[in-house]
Design a protein around this ligand. Structure first.
Ligand SMILES: Cc1cc2nc3c(=O)[nH]c(=O)nc-3n(C[C@H](O)[C@H](O)[C@H](O)COP(=O)(O)O)c2cc1C
Length: 312
């Protein structure tokens, strides 16, 4: 017997069964289809597509990416083709693959989120919605949805009502004083799972010009440098809620995956690492399979049971 057919990597995110706990994170894997030549998409636990808005968006001025020690800054400005073009052009190709497709949704007011979901509700081939609440609310003076419990309750509640056909995952902002409070608020408003977390607002400055390395002045920090911070956020979230957590931040290796499982994540998403190795997510699936087989464990629950860190 080979490791490949002995190990069952499947996990459940509420009612959704994923074939394994490794997903591609939003914004770092295009609409999935662009990676089909580089990765066997059928091997992944799922693909979270680039954030979708009501109308197409051009995004932020260049440069949009900048390397930082053990990480990267990005200010893509949520460029995307818009929800209708996604449904017409990308989804028909994507749904032919045997993997979970998750639509990442964002907006600048509650109605935007609801409208994007309303359009997706009529489309075939999606597994769940992931709400990106790290967005400024234009009606409330640019205050981020994700930082204010009242706004979290409002946007998640409205999305919950609109999403009658599919589970709703909510992707939390890491820049909050009490992530447990925000997590509980999202759970009570109807979230079926939480993704923890998005990038960290940050800056990089060219020392010789004194100017930002990004066209947009500030950006979001991602990659290995954020892993220890996000691990703690996952742990704090785990203690506060009952619904499953998807951990995301700085994952590159099987050990990183195990660390996220140890602090309470049921699955993980891989973001920045796909920029250096587009096939890293498939490699992690195969690496996790081998690691479990070597440890004589045959399900993800077994390894979770063994490594789960009960810090009390
Ligand atoms: C270039 C880029 C674009 C991103 N776009 C989105 C997006 O559209 N929606 C979203 O929820 N998160 C987006 N993210 C955040 C990632 O999904 C992920 O939460 C974050 O990068 C942390 O994971 P990592 O350290 O593995 O990259 C983006 C990240 C990067 C680097």
């Amino acid at each position: 017997m080979t490791s490949a057919n002995a190990v069952d990597l499947s996990v459940h995110i509420g009612a959704v069964r994923l074939r394994n706990p490794i997903l591609a994170a939003s914004g770092t894997f295009g609409y999935g289809v662009e990676f089909a030549q580089l990765v066997d998409l059928n091997r992944l636990g799922g693909i979270v597509v680039k954030g979708l808005s009501r109308e197409p968006m051009e995004g932020a001025p260049a440069p949009r990416l900048c390397e930082t020690p053990a990480g990267m800054l990005n200010a893509v400005g949520l460029q995307n083709i818009g929800v209708r073009a996604f449904v017409l052009e990308k989804l028909p190709i994507l749904r032919k693959y045997d993997t979970a497709i998750i639509a990442n949704v964002f907006g600048y007011c509650v109605e935007d989120y609801v409208e994007v979901i309303r359009i997706l509700e009529d489309a075939e081939g999606l597994t769940a919605y992931e709400l990106n609440i790290s967005c400024p609310n234009v009606k409330r003076g640019g205050l981020q949805f994700g930082g204010d419990p009242g706004l979290v309750a409002e946007v998640v509640g409205a999305a919950r009502k609109a999403a009658t056909k599919r589970p709703l995952w909510v992707k939390l902002s890491p820049l909050v004083a009490d992530i447990g409070l925000i997590a509980r608020t999202a759970e009570e408003a109807g979230a079926n799972a939480l993704t923890v977390a998005n990038t960290y607002p940050a800056m990089a400055i060219d020392p010789w010009t004194g100017k930002s390395c990004l066209g947009n002045q500030t950006g979001g920090l991602s990659g290995p440098s954020i892993k220890p911070i996000t691990l703690r956020l996952v742990w704090e979230t785990y203690k506060a809620i009952k619904i499953p957590i998807l951990g995301v931040g700085g994952i590159e290796t099987v050990e990183d995956v195990l660390q996220y499982l140890a602090v309470g994540a049921t699955a993980v998403q891989v973001g920045t690492a796909s920029f250096t190795d587009p096939a890293v997510s498939q490699g992690l699936v195969e690496g996790l399979e081998r690691a479990l087989f070597r440890a004589k464990m045959f399900t993800v629950n077994e390894i979770r049971g063994k490594i789960f860190a009960d810090f009390g």
